[in-house]
Design a protein around this ligand. Structure first.
Ligand code: SF4
Length: 195
Protein backbone atom coordinates (compact mmCIF):
# COMPACT_ATOMS: atom_id res chain seq x y z
CA UNK A 1 0.00 0.00 0.00
CA UNK A 2 1.39 3.43 -0.88
CA UNK A 3 1.89 6.18 1.67
CA UNK A 4 -0.95 8.65 2.01
CA UNK A 5 -1.20 12.13 3.49
CA UNK A 6 -2.80 10.80 6.69
CA UNK A 7 0.19 8.56 7.40
CA UNK A 8 2.56 11.48 6.82
CA UNK A 9 0.57 13.84 9.01
CA UNK A 10 0.23 11.24 11.77
CA UNK A 11 4.02 10.67 11.76
CA UNK A 12 4.46 14.46 11.99
CA UNK A 13 1.99 14.68 14.86
CA UNK A 14 4.14 12.13 16.70
CA UNK A 15 7.22 14.30 16.11
CA UNK A 16 8.66 12.79 12.91
CA UNK A 17 8.34 15.59 10.35
CA UNK A 18 10.93 14.33 7.87
CA UNK A 19 8.68 12.20 5.59
CA UNK A 20 6.09 14.98 5.28
CA UNK A 21 8.72 17.68 4.64
CA UNK A 22 10.51 15.47 2.09
CA UNK A 23 7.25 14.89 0.23
CA UNK A 24 6.44 18.61 0.26
CA UNK A 25 9.86 19.43 -1.24
CA UNK A 26 8.93 17.48 -4.38
CA UNK A 27 6.84 20.38 -5.67
CA UNK A 28 8.25 23.77 -6.68
CA UNK A 29 8.05 26.58 -4.17
CA UNK A 30 5.99 28.78 -6.54
CA UNK A 31 2.75 28.07 -8.40
CA UNK A 32 2.31 24.63 -6.84
CA UNK A 33 -1.34 25.39 -6.05
CA UNK A 34 -2.18 25.70 -9.77
CA UNK A 35 -2.14 21.88 -10.04
CA UNK A 36 -4.11 21.30 -6.85
CA UNK A 37 -7.54 19.66 -6.95
CA UNK A 38 -9.04 22.74 -5.34
CA UNK A 39 -7.52 25.20 -7.83
CA UNK A 40 -10.89 26.00 -9.45
CA UNK A 41 -13.02 25.47 -6.34
CA UNK A 42 -14.86 28.04 -4.28
CA UNK A 43 -12.70 28.63 -1.19
CA UNK A 44 -15.85 28.47 1.00
CA UNK A 45 -15.97 24.72 0.26
CA UNK A 46 -12.82 24.41 2.39
CA UNK A 47 -14.02 26.74 5.13
CA UNK A 48 -17.02 24.93 6.62
CA UNK A 49 -18.90 27.00 9.15
CA UNK A 50 -18.54 25.43 12.61
CA UNK A 51 -14.98 24.15 12.18
CA UNK A 52 -12.18 26.08 13.88
CA UNK A 53 -8.87 25.68 15.71
CA UNK A 54 -10.49 25.37 19.14
CA UNK A 55 -13.33 23.01 18.21
CA UNK A 56 -13.45 19.29 18.95
CA UNK A 57 -12.79 17.56 15.58
CA UNK A 58 -15.11 14.63 16.35
CA UNK A 59 -17.98 16.98 17.18
CA UNK A 60 -17.30 19.01 14.04
CA UNK A 61 -17.41 15.86 11.90
CA UNK A 62 -20.65 14.76 13.52
CA UNK A 63 -22.28 18.15 13.07
CA UNK A 64 -21.13 18.84 9.53
CA UNK A 65 -21.49 15.28 8.19
CA UNK A 66 -22.11 15.30 4.43
CA UNK A 67 -20.89 18.89 4.05
CA UNK A 68 -17.36 17.56 4.50
CA UNK A 69 -17.60 14.89 1.81
CA UNK A 70 -16.72 17.10 -1.18
CA UNK A 71 -13.70 18.93 0.28
CA UNK A 72 -12.34 15.74 1.84
CA UNK A 73 -12.71 13.81 -1.41
CA UNK A 74 -10.90 16.57 -3.30
CA UNK A 75 -8.08 16.54 -0.77
CA UNK A 76 -7.87 12.75 -0.71
CA UNK A 77 -7.40 12.62 -4.47
CA UNK A 78 -4.98 15.55 -4.60
CA UNK A 79 -1.45 14.47 -5.71
CA UNK A 80 0.48 13.50 -2.58
CA UNK A 81 3.35 16.02 -2.97
CA UNK A 82 0.82 18.84 -3.46
CA UNK A 83 -1.23 17.78 -0.44
CA UNK A 84 1.99 17.59 1.61
CA UNK A 85 3.04 21.04 0.41
CA UNK A 86 -0.42 22.40 1.18
CA UNK A 87 -0.27 21.02 4.72
CA UNK A 88 3.33 22.09 5.40
CA UNK A 89 2.70 25.65 4.15
CA UNK A 90 -0.40 25.94 6.33
CA UNK A 91 1.62 24.81 9.36
CA UNK A 92 4.58 27.08 8.56
CA UNK A 93 2.28 30.08 8.24
CA UNK A 94 0.36 29.06 11.34
CA UNK A 95 -2.81 29.11 9.24
CA UNK A 96 -5.53 28.19 11.73
CA UNK A 97 -8.56 28.06 9.46
CA UNK A 98 -9.92 25.83 6.72
CA UNK A 99 -9.45 22.27 5.52
CA UNK A 100 -5.93 21.46 4.30
CA UNK A 101 -4.78 18.10 2.98
CA UNK A 102 -7.95 16.49 4.26
CA UNK A 103 -7.46 17.73 7.80
CA UNK A 104 -10.01 19.99 9.43
CA UNK A 105 -8.85 23.20 11.11
CA UNK A 106 -9.75 21.54 14.41
CA UNK A 107 -7.56 18.53 13.55
CA UNK A 108 -4.59 20.67 12.51
CA UNK A 109 -4.37 22.38 15.91
CA UNK A 110 -2.50 19.41 17.40
CA UNK A 111 -0.14 19.36 14.43
CA UNK A 112 0.53 23.11 14.70
CA UNK A 113 1.35 22.68 18.39
CA UNK A 114 3.80 19.84 17.61
CA UNK A 115 5.43 21.99 14.91
CA UNK A 116 6.00 24.80 17.38
CA UNK A 117 7.66 22.37 19.81
CA UNK A 118 9.96 20.77 17.30
CA UNK A 119 13.72 21.31 17.08
CA UNK A 120 15.20 20.69 13.64
CA UNK A 121 18.95 20.17 14.11
CA UNK A 122 19.65 21.30 10.54
CA UNK A 123 17.81 24.58 11.15
CA UNK A 124 19.71 25.12 14.42
CA UNK A 125 23.08 24.44 12.76
CA UNK A 126 22.16 26.71 9.87
CA UNK A 127 21.26 29.59 12.20
CA UNK A 128 24.55 29.14 14.09
CA UNK A 129 26.35 29.62 10.77
CA UNK A 130 24.24 32.69 9.94
CA UNK A 131 21.55 31.21 7.67
CA UNK A 132 18.36 33.24 7.84
CA UNK A 133 15.58 30.64 7.77
CA UNK A 134 12.44 30.86 9.94
CA UNK A 135 12.94 29.11 13.31
CA UNK A 136 10.50 27.74 15.86
CA UNK A 137 10.60 29.08 19.42
CA UNK A 138 12.45 25.97 20.60
CA UNK A 139 14.96 26.19 17.76
CA UNK A 140 15.75 29.81 18.72
CA UNK A 141 16.20 28.66 22.31
CA UNK A 142 18.56 25.88 21.19
CA UNK A 143 20.61 28.35 19.12
CA UNK A 144 21.08 30.64 22.13
CA UNK A 145 21.98 27.70 24.42
CA UNK A 146 24.61 26.49 21.92
CA UNK A 147 25.96 30.01 21.51
CA UNK A 148 26.40 30.32 25.26
CA UNK A 149 28.05 26.90 25.50
CA UNK A 150 30.48 27.39 22.61
CA UNK A 151 32.75 30.49 22.74
CA UNK A 152 34.17 29.60 19.32
CA UNK A 153 30.90 30.55 17.58
CA UNK A 154 30.85 33.80 15.63
CA UNK A 155 28.41 36.23 17.33
CA UNK A 156 27.80 38.16 14.09
CA UNK A 157 26.74 34.97 12.28
CA UNK A 158 24.53 33.80 15.16
CA UNK A 159 22.85 37.23 15.41
CA UNK A 160 22.19 37.12 11.66
CA UNK A 161 20.78 33.58 11.94
CA UNK A 162 18.39 34.75 14.64
CA UNK A 163 17.52 37.96 12.81
CA UNK A 164 18.54 40.15 15.77
CA UNK A 165 21.25 42.68 16.55
CA UNK A 166 24.62 41.75 18.04
CA UNK A 167 23.72 43.69 21.22
CA UNK A 168 20.42 41.88 21.64
CA UNK A 169 22.14 38.52 21.16
CA UNK A 170 24.57 39.38 23.97
CA UNK A 171 21.63 40.32 26.22
CA UNK A 172 19.88 37.01 25.47
CA UNK A 173 23.13 35.13 26.12
CA UNK A 174 23.54 36.91 29.46
CA UNK A 175 19.97 35.92 30.46
CA UNK A 176 20.63 32.32 29.40
CA UNK A 177 23.79 32.22 31.56
CA UNK A 178 21.79 33.51 34.54
CA UNK A 179 19.11 30.85 34.00
CA UNK A 180 21.74 28.19 33.64
CA UNK A 181 23.34 29.22 36.96
CA UNK A 182 19.91 29.12 38.66
CA UNK A 183 19.26 25.62 37.26
CA UNK A 184 22.68 24.40 38.48
CA UNK A 185 22.09 25.87 41.93
CA UNK A 186 18.58 24.35 42.15
CA UNK A 187 19.88 20.95 41.15
CA UNK A 188 22.73 21.17 43.74
CA UNK A 189 20.15 22.03 46.45
CA UNK A 190 17.99 19.07 45.44
CA UNK A 191 20.97 16.72 45.56
CA UNK A 192 21.99 18.07 48.98
CA UNK A 193 18.42 17.61 50.30
CA UNK A 194 18.25 14.08 48.94
CA UNK A 195 21.59 13.07 50.55
S1 SF4 B 1 -4.85 18.95 -0.28
FE1 SF4 B 1 -4.68 21.18 -0.21
S2 SF4 B 1 -4.20 21.72 -2.29
FE2 SF4 B 1 -5.09 19.66 -2.38
S3 SF4 B 1 -7.29 19.88 -2.63
FE3 SF4 B 1 -6.92 19.81 -0.45
S4 SF4 B 1 -6.74 21.94 0.18
FE4 SF4 B 1 -6.46 21.89 -2.05
Amino acid sequence: MSTDIYELSEAARQGNWSPLLREAEKVPSKHWAEDANCAAEDTDTFLPFGDGPREDPEEVKEQLGSELVRPLNLCNSCPLPIAARCLVDSIRHDDEWGIRAGLLASERSALRATWKDRVDEKAVQGALRGATAPLTKNERKAVIERFVADPALDPAAVARGLGITHEYLLKLAWRERQRSKQRASLSADQEANAA
